[in-house]
Design a protein around this ligand. Structure first.
Ligand SMILES: [Zn+2]
Ligand SMILES: [Zn+2]
Length: 391
């Protein structure tokens, strides 16, 4: 992957200085100065952002700090965690909705820095987490409770500049839709940022209808798989089986409560599933890695009437051999899930806040914003569990 890096030195004012007071205006810039004066980082007229210029090309550079209009909120980013979607965008595998140059990053949390005119419910300094999909709330899909597939959907980190940046402008439509969630005061921002990937898993679990006494197979022990393990157990699953080649990740899954972990490169996953289910097969299989071959395999792991959720976005061409006969004779239920709705985000954030989903051990790598490119490479290389960029 070719990645261009153009580092521009951060404009410098010492901590605690208020030289930006000359930007103070009645519409809220004074508030920005207030946080800056108390905080560590003066925004001045510019800020650092990781700008995606096209496949293989991300540039960390100085850009103007967004101006906030009425109805909008400026968020000072505390952390932006990276995921496979960022990597797929960078590799040119995901192009829908992406029109470079744009600032990537859809999993972020921080604090309110400026509150635009007419905005209620937020104060400067309020910790917030962002549900990045901004639904129109009017189209057919929004009205069918499928706002994640909204026909007029715009997403932070895709159509709208995202969280790999010191500050993010949250558009009025997102503020009005309640996409900016006030969060608990005392949690680190990288944990709050995980509400986004967790919300997608909450939605995936709902699509899979995981419930009491189920046996659930999670294909892939990455951050998404780890969330699915935890959510399945919270929903009452009896047995969770994780298929994952990395020993370290299998150990992590075991620590989270998976009863069986399987190395699919050397062990017989279908044998383990059969043994755990009296030969019947799993009630639910959740595919958390975008490898087309896993789709075929998952259909074989599910019991009659079992549910298979294609959770991960596909890598490569995204074509899989579909076992027509298994779907028909075994009456399989196949669902997809893509992104999440605000209602899923609310649940995810509260699960993290209450500690019922463990987010504290998930972030294993932290990079400063100026090293966003290295951070993306670390995420692409599968290092650790979750990589956070901390402006
Ligand atoms: Zn993501
Ligand atoms: Zn819509």
């Amino acid at each position: 992957m070719k990645v261009a890096v153009a580092l521009v030195p951060r404009i410098g004012l010492g901590p605690g200085r208020t030289d930006t007071l000359n930007h103070c205006s009645p519409d809220g810039d004074c508030a920005l100065v207030a946080t800056v004066a108390n905080g560590k980082r003066p925004p001045g007229r510019g800020m650092l952002a990781a700008v995606f210029n096209g496949p293989g090309d991300v540039e960390v550079k100085e850009v103007p700090t967004p101006k906030i209009g009425s109805g909008e909120v400026l968020v000072e980013v505390g952390a932006n965690t990276l995921c496979g979607t960022d990597v797929r965008i960078l590799r040119g595998e995901k192009t829908a909705g992406i029109s470079p140059p744009t600032v990537l990053g859809h999993e972020f949390a921080g604090r309110v820095a400026v509150v635009g005119d007419g905005v209620v419910g937020y104060q400067v300094g309020t910790p917030v987490a962002m549900a990045p999909i901004v639904p129109c709330r009017r189209c057919f899909y929004c009205q069918q409770d499928m706002e994640n597939t909204c026909e007029n959907r715009k997403a932070m980190g895709e159509e709208i500049d995202g969280g790999l940046s010191q500050f993010v402008r949250v558009p009025a439509a997102a503020v009005q839709a309640g996409c900016l969630f006030a969060a608990r005061e005392d949690l680190p921002p990288e944990q709050l940022a995980l509400a986004e990937p967790l919300s997608c898993c909450v939605y995936g679990q709902r699509r899979s209808r995981v419930g009491l006494d189920d046996t659930v197979v999670v294909m892939g022990g990455g951050p998404i798989g780890f969330f699915h393990v935890q959510l399945a157990l919270l929903a009452g699953a009896r047995t969770v089986i994780v298929s994952e080649p990395s020993q370290r990740r299998r150990d992590f899954a075991t620590a989270l409560g998976a009863r069986f972990v399987v190395d699919p490169t050397s062990e017989d996953l279908s044998g383990v599933v059969a043994e755990a289910t009296h030969g019947r097969g799993a009630d639910a299989v959740i595919i958390c890695i975008g490898l087309p071959g896993l789709v075929t395999q998952s259909f074989e792991l599910a019991r009659k009437g079992g549910r298979v959720n294609v959770f991960a976005g596909p890598s490569g061409e995204g074509r899989a051999d579909i076992p027509f006969d298994l779907i028909h004779y075994n009456e399989l239920e196949i669902t997809g899930s893509s992104g999440s709705r605000r209602s899923d985000f609310e649940v995810a954030l509260r699960l993290i806040e209450s500690g019922r989903v463990k987010a504290d051990q998930m972030v294993t790598h932290r990079f400063p914003l100026k090293e966003a490119v290295q951070a993306i490479n670390a995420a692409a290389g599968g290092q650790g569990v979750k990589v956070a960029v901390m402006p």
